[in-house]
Ligand binder design. Structure first.
Ligand SMILES: OC[C@H]1O[C@H](O)[C@H](O)[C@@H]1O
Length: 332
């Protein structure tokens, strides 16, 4: 097997985030569950919610895109595959990933819908409530999959959010076949409990077919996938089906089980949680970069925790400090 050019190639939703402060009363008023993610199914619905939003900040996002942005900031070589439309938000998204050295060559899609956007309300406790219009992202076709790039990457990283729409799901299945055919690793994030409610059967099948090498979950996603609220039982059940399981536990840190060996990390202390958007994405970035660099499980978890702490200390899910220097300070 040849040495791969890329450390991580991701397939995910190409989204520009619009973030604004809101209080709990506003979250109740718009009728969504605080801390959750819900889909908006039309640009009219997105426009109506945007009209209610206070002054916003636009920052590129998208879960898997955030992760490769983190890996690239740490010095990894990355690629991204995702669908944007031929519009201004699409140009912003493409500019932002390319400007940090990520290879992004998915052809733009003409016509409606627009590029995806996510309206994110951040409450004073740092909690984020996301409202996503996937837009063009839900039409990523299998034909857009760059098989040469995937076969040339140590890790293919997929987001569960994108398993929902039909075309990208087919595209991701083709990408898994391509990565595995080339002897590369496949990493998958479960993204949200709602993805498991809708596609838990598929996810369990991917695991039992041995198609996933690294699985990322938070505690609620793990419980939903394992169909038990008993954390230790859930870890035992799922870790028996995947070579590496990583479970993020918010302020309680994270744990990973790799081929039977278990490691834990505490959450990195920070002065103030400003915005939790992208915490899991950046944890995945640190962990994957560590694994791609050959770090052991403890060091990979530590780098994940350091990256997650950086991202929650400011608004937006893209790193804002010199991540190489930050990693060097903590990992050496
Ligand atoms: O995981 C956080 C990301 O999910 C949503 O897709 C937003 O784009 C945000 O950046």
């Amino acid at each position: 097997m040849s040495t791969p050019t890329y450390d991580v190639v991701a397939i995910g939703n190409a989204i520009v985030d619009i973030l604004a402060s809101a209080d709990d009363a506003f979250i109740a008023e718009i009728g969504v569950a605080k801390g959750s993610m819900q889909l908006m199914f039309s640009s009219e619905e997105a426009d109506a919610l945007y009209a209610k939003m206070g002054p916003g900040m636009e920052i590129s996002g998208g879960s898997a895109a955030n992760t490769v942005a983190g890996v690239a900031a740490l010095g990894g070589k990355c690629g991204f595959i995702g669908q944007v439309a031929d519009d201004q938000l699409g140009q912003v998204f493409a500019h932002d990933v390319r400007s940090i050295g990520i290879e992004f060559a998915t052809p733009v899609r003409a016509g409606d819908p627009t590029t995806g956007r996510c309206l994110i309300f951040v409450t004073p406790d740092g909690q984020r409530t996301m409202n996503t219009f996937l837009g063009a992202g839900q039409f990523l076709p299998a034909a857009a999959i760059d098989t040469a790039m995937i076969a040339d990457s140590a890790i293919l990283y997929l987001e569960g959010y994108l398993w929902d729409p039909e075309e990208p799901r087919a595209a991701m299945r083709a990408a898994i076949d391509c990565a595995r055919g080339a002897g590369r690793k496949v990493a998958f994030t479960l993204s949200d409990v709602f993805c498991i409610s809708r596609h838990g059967g598929d996810f369990r099948q991917l695991l039992s077919d041995g198609l996933i090498d690294i699985l990322f979950a938070n505690e609620s996603e793990l419980a939903a996938l394992a169909e038990t609220e008993d954390f230790d039982a859930a870890v035992a059940k799922i870790s028996a089906q995947v070579p590496t399981l990583v479970v993020t536990r918010g302020e309680h840190g994270a744990c990973a089980i790799q081929n039977g060996a278990r490691a834990e990390v505490k959450a990195e202390p920070i002065a103030k949680v400003v915005d939790t958007t992208g915490a899991g994405d950046l944890f995945a970035a640190g962990f994957l970069h560590g694994q791609a660099q050959g770090y052991d499980l403890n060091a990979s978890l530590k780098l994940g925790a350091v990256c997650a702490a950086e991202i929650i200390s400011h608004v937006g899910a893209r790193p804002m400090v010199d991540m190489k220097a930050l990693a060097a300070k903590h990992i050496g």
